[in-house]
Write a protein that binds this ligand. Structure first.
Ligand SMILES: *[C@@H]1O[C@H](CO)[C@@H](O)[C@H](O)[C@H]1NC(C)=O
Ligand SMILES: *[C@@H]1O[C@H](CO)[C@@H](O)[C@H](O)[C@H]1NC(C)=O
Ligand SMILES: *[C@@H]1O[C@H](CO)[C@@H](O)[C@H](O)[C@H]1NC(C)=O
Ligand SMILES: *[C@@H]1O[C@H](CO)[C@@H](O)[C@H](O)[C@H]1NC(C)=O
Ligand SMILES: *[C@@H]1O[C@H](CO)[C@@H](O)[C@H](O)[C@H]1NC(C)=O
Ligand SMILES: *[C@@H]1O[C@H](CO)[C@@H](O)[C@H](O)[C@H]1NC(C)=O
Ligand SMILES: *[C@@H]1O[C@H](CO)[C@@H](O)[C@H](O)[C@H]1NC(C)=O
Ligand SMILES: *[C@@H]1O[C@H](CO)[C@@H](O)[C@H](O)[C@H]1NC(C)=O
Ligand SMILES: *[C@@H]1O[C@H](CO)[C@@H](O)[C@H](O)[C@H]1NC(C)=O
Ligand SMILES: *[C@@H]1O[C@H](CO)[C@@H](O)[C@H](O)[C@H]1NC(C)=O
Ligand SMILES: CC(=O)N[C@H]1CO[C@H](CO)[C@@H](O)[C@@H]1O
Length: 860
């Protein structure tokens, strides 16, 4: 959910809260001196903690009631509250734009860790215990907490506990608030993706069914078990003890059955969150019993069938989120009577039907509307004046066009508008240039005419994402875009734009992504691009740019993705790319007129994962130092935030899909084909064991194929064709189990074709044609001396074939899907990927950038 303004608000609330708390502490309790055994208990407890930032410095002296985080009852003098949650400011700016390697320490510094001493049991009057957002490195929740009988509030969220929850907690019969989850850590929910995203900050990971004793806690009002690994049925058959429960959050676990009826008897529930589990089947009608419900989140499960009409009985509902399920059929008319709704998210369900003016008539409170389904159409009259004022309108992949929706004129403060893939084939009307929008997605329509000139009076300060790709815009890029001083993402790719890039583009100081690929732009790459210090992604491919790569681009220290492919650029590949652009992980210069040797300086790009220099006029040898591309030696994605952010921005525009389908499908890829490279294939390349694709074809490479080519175990595609390679095909090639594409044709290779294991599935003779010295299967020519193909017989032929077809013809690019899954699981990120992960990633990244942009504006 994109909600950046709340984030800002939270930020201030948070700051204000801290200040407020500090004031209280100083004055109010100064005359309370504490009980000696409680004081000792606290000191023992402190002794076993690791407190790097010395948060507990005040824990000295007699009066423990004045210690940081400790609170006593003013009349009894007993310690009643211990609040040690970590509320470090999470420095996003530093994370995104600066010191990424060390960022975890920013938060980590103020984490308490170590052991939790049993001396805490001295605090028998404790009713409030909060140890959240610290990091206790995978220890169990201490059993003695169960003897703190007066506890009413227990918050152990996001503190790195794992295993099972001790049943002793079942003795806490006064417990009203129990949080063992993830979401209510020190940060707002809005950035919890980042919170989740390093090893050291992983959530708790309790992995069991919900323990039965938990259902005996009769005082429970608030229960949060989010983002753990609980599995099994959600609840047992009876929940008779939980009569007071009003808040239940089970997000991000692995609950897997639809035993929801018992849950739906909890008629005091106000907040129910079951998102991101594996719950299947229809949503029971008994849902209608939860008449107090205000918030219902059931997104990212596997519900199917219709949305039950009983939903209309939840008259108090303000947030309804059913996204990413299999709900089908039409939206029940009862839903449109939920007049308190502020947020409605039905996106990612195969819902069908036509939505008309009348449906929305009662939704006057609505602020956020999210719908996406190719079977849904919005068919409102041209004079429709909606009863609501939305701040978020996400109507992706819904038929809205062909006309541009006039009712948008009535919406005065839209923060996020997404009408991508909405069958709009119209020009953008003049009035739209005055609509107030932070984030605008109109990609994948058939919009025509020129790119709108923003009304700088209205949008100057606010527009942050402008995504107009995959339309029919023509004309040139208007200079007025350069006045959008908050712009973070500009995507105009896949249109019919012509002319030059305006030289004023260097004014867009906050730009993080610039996508102009696949237009008809020409002229030189403007020197002023070098002023865009925050730029991470620059895609100018598939245009008609000429001249050399401007020297000014060496200032783009944050650049990760640089694609200048398929232009008319010339000159040598600048050495400064290697010297200065040290963040590059993606460098594509294919199909230009670059000439000369490949600079050894490129070897400094240790983060490089995609290097594509194909179809230029490069000469000389392949540098031996290419083994310095350490990112290409990884067979698993690096589980750090760096790669997380990187992946995010790589995938953020769906650009990867394009690279996946045309320029090479691979997340780790090297392409040097179609040049005039000579000399041998350096044996050093064989240490790049993460390579998924290697294309050295159409050069003048000579010598032998390195013997240990079988080391490249991740290779899915290998093309060495049309060179002057000689000698035998190394037997180790047959070890490449992932290989689905191989081409060795038109060389001077000799001897028998190796067989065995995987290679037998590559039985197309054209793989080997044009090598007169080769013999054996699958060629017609058998080897002399009756020598059969070398190599062992192959037992797992079938397996090989299966996995090849599975990965190779799967709808998504293999490396991509695997990589993505990998990085989700590695990062304890349990969000299911099956549905709309693009949208999710995109939102997350956009959100972060927008937040930063906003923060910068507020604080700088
Ligand atoms: C502390 O002072 C307040 C008044 O300032 C008084 O009401 C309270 O009883 C005192 N508590 C103790 C434990 O002396
Ligand atoms: C302090 O303790 C007394 C006696 O147990 C109790 O009545 C009172 O509610 C407590 N005050 C607070 C603020 O907990
Ligand atoms: C739960 O986690 C513990 C270690 O934390 C592990 O030993 C145990 O096998 C896990 N149980 C399940 C069911 O995954
Ligand atoms: C729950 O409480 C019932 C009595 O109400 C008791 O019989 C049962 O053993 C308790 N279950 C657990 C798991 O503590
Ligand atoms: C819950 O709903 C079902 C079906 O709508 C109904 O039969 C049942 O009586 C309801 N139970 C309660 C406790 O309201
Ligand atoms: C909804 O999906 C179910 C299968 O999950 C199917 O049987 C049913 O016909 C679908 N209903 C509609 C209206 O498409
Ligand atoms: C912008 O505002 C100025 C005065 O604030 C006004 O003169 C000008 O006409 C406005 N421009 C547009 C395009 O509305
Ligand atoms: C590039 O320019 C040439 C003429 O100079 C033109 O034929 C070609 O279509 C242009 N290519 C693109 C992608 O615009
Ligand atoms: C290899 O990379 C390191 C940094 O990772 C760099 O210092 C070194 O110069 C590189 N070697 C070559 C030959 O470029
Ligand atoms: C490649 O370079 C040679 C000279 O080395 C030159 O003759 C030729 O025109 C160049 N080819 C292209 C396509 O630029
Ligand atoms: C998935 C996707 O975005 N594909 C686009 C890639 O780019 C080509 C043009 O080069 C478009 O036609 C595709 O739609």
């Amino acid at each position: 959910m994109i909600k950046f303004t709340p984030f800002i608000v939270l930020w201030f609330v948070f700051l204000a809260g801290r200040i407020g708390l500090g004031c209280l502490h100083v004055g109010a309790y100064s005359n309370v001196s504490c009980f000696e055994n409680e004081r000792r208990g606290l000191l023992e407890f402190k002794k076993d903690l690791v407190d790097k930032s010395n948060r507990l410095a005040s824990w000295t002296g007699e009066d423990c009631c004045s210690w940081e985080g400790v609170e006593c009852n003013r009349s009894t003098g007993h310690v009643v509250k211990l609040d040690l949650h970590n509320n470090a400011v999470f420095d996003l700016d530093r994370l995104i734009f600066g010191d990424k390697q060390n960022y975890s320490s920013i938060y980590g510094e103020t984490c308490l860790g170590g052991q939790i001493s049993p001396s805490l049991v001295n605090l028998q009057h404790l009713h409030y215990l909060d140890l959240s957002s610290n990091y206790f490195a995978g220890i169990r929740v201490p059993t003695f907490i169960g003897s703190l009988k007066n506890l009413r509030y227990l918050n152990l969220s996001n503190a790195g506990f794992d295993g099972t929850i001790p049943p002793q907690l079942g003795n806490l019969s006064a417990l009203e608030y129990l949080d063992l989850g993830e979401k209510s850590g020190g940060f707002s929910d809005e950035i919890s993706g980042y919170q989740l995203s390093t090893k050291s900050l992983c959530a708790n990971s309790f992995n069991s069914t919900i323990p039965l004793w938990l259902f005996n806690l009769t005082s429970l009002v608030h229960l949060d078990l989010s983002f753990n690994s609980f599995f099994g049925p959600v609840v047992p058959h009876s929940l008779q003890h939980w009569t007071l429960l009003s808040y239940l959050d089970l997000t991000g676990n692995q609950f897997n059955t639809s035993l929801l009826d018992p849950l739906f008897t909890l008629n005091n529930l106000v907040h129910l969150d079951l998102s991101d589990n594996q719950i299947q089947g229809p949503l029971p009608f008994s849902l209608g019993n939860l008449t107090s419900l205000s918030v219902l989140h059931m997104g990212d499960n596997s519900f199917e069938g219709p949305i039950p009409s009983a939903i209309g009985q939840l008259r108090e509902l303000t947030e309804l989120n059913l996204n990413g399920n299999g709900f089908n059929g039409t939206i029940p008319s009862s839903l449109w009577r939920l007049s308190e709704l502020k947020s409605l998210d039905l996106s990612g369900n195969p819902l069908s039907g036509e939505l008309r003016d009348i449906h929305f008539a009662k939704l006057a409170q609505l602020k956020e509307l999210r719908l996406s389904s190719p079977l849904l159409a919005l068919n409102v009259s041209s004079s429709w004046v909606p009863p609501f004022q939305l701040h978020t309108i996400e109507m992706r992949s819904i038929k809205i066009g062909p006309k541009f929706p006039l009712w948008l004129q009535t919406q005065q403060r839209v923060e996020n508008l997404d009408m991508s893939n909405a069958s709009i084939s119209d020009t953008i009307p003049d009035w739209f240039e005055r609509v107030y929008i932070y984030i605008l997605h109109l990609q994948n329509n058939s919009l025509q005419g020129i790119i709108p000139h923003p009304d700088i009076n209205m949008t100057l300060d606010i527009l942050q994402i402008l995504h107009l790709s995959d339309n029919h815009f023509n004309g040139s890029i208007p200079d007025s875009l350069c006045s959008l001083q908050m712009l973070v993402v500009l995507d105009l790719s896949n249109n019919q734009l012509s002319g030059r890039i305006p030289s004023c583009i260097g004014k867009l100081k906050t730009l993080g992504e610039l996508h102009l690929a696949n237009n008809s732009l020409h002229g030189h790459i403007p020197i002023s691009l070098g002023h865009l210090n925050d730029l991470q992604s620059l895609h100018l491919n598939r245009n008609n740019f000429t001249g050399t790569v401007p020297f000014s681009l060496r200032h783009l220290k944050n650049l990760r993705y640089l694609d200048l492919g398929n232009n008319e650029l010339e000159g040598i590949i600048p050495a400064w790319i290697g010297d200065e652009l040290s963040s590059l992980s993606f460098l594509v210069l294919e199909s230009n007129n670059f000439h000369g040797d490949i600079s050894m300086n490129l070897c400094k790009l240790s983060s490089l994962r995609v290097l594509n220099l194909e179809d230029n006029n490069l000469t000389g040898h392949i540098p031996r130092c290419f083994n310095n591309f350490t990112a290409m030696t990884l067979t698993e994605l690096d589980p750090t935030v760096t790669s997380y952010i990187e992946e995010l921005s790589l995938f953020v525009k769906g650009e990867m899909l394009n690279y996946t389908s045309t320029n090479g499908r691979y997340v780790i890829f090297m392409g040097l084909s179609g040049n005039k490279l000579s000399g041998e294939i350096p044996v050093e390349l064989m240490s790049l064991v993460g390579l998924q694709g290697l294309d050295l074809s159409r050069n003048h490479l000579s010598g032998r194929i390195p013997e240990n080519i079988g080391n490249l175990s991740q290779l899915e595609s290998l093309d060495l064709s049309k060179n002057d390679l000689s000698g035998p095909i190394p037997q180790s090639l047959s070890n490449l189990d992932s290989l689905g594409w191989l081409n060795l044709s038109f060389n001077k290779l000799t001897g028998p074709i190796p067989s065995g294991r995987h290679l037998q599935t590559l039985d197309d003779p054209t793989i080997y044609m044009g090598n007169s010295g080769l013999c054996g299967e699958p060629l017609d020519k058998s080897c002399p001396d009756g020598k059969s193909n070398a190599g062992e017989s192959d037992g797992d032929h079938e397996d090989g074939k299966e996995s090849y077809f599975y990965w190779f013809y799967a709808g998504l690019a293999p490396g991509f899907a695997v990589g993505l899954l990998g990085f989700f699981s590695v990062l304890c990120f349990k969000k299911s990927w099956r549905y709309a992960y693009f949208g999710f990633l995109e939102n997350l990244l956009n959100k972060v950038w927008v937040e930063i942009a906003l923060l910068k504006r507020k604080f700088v």
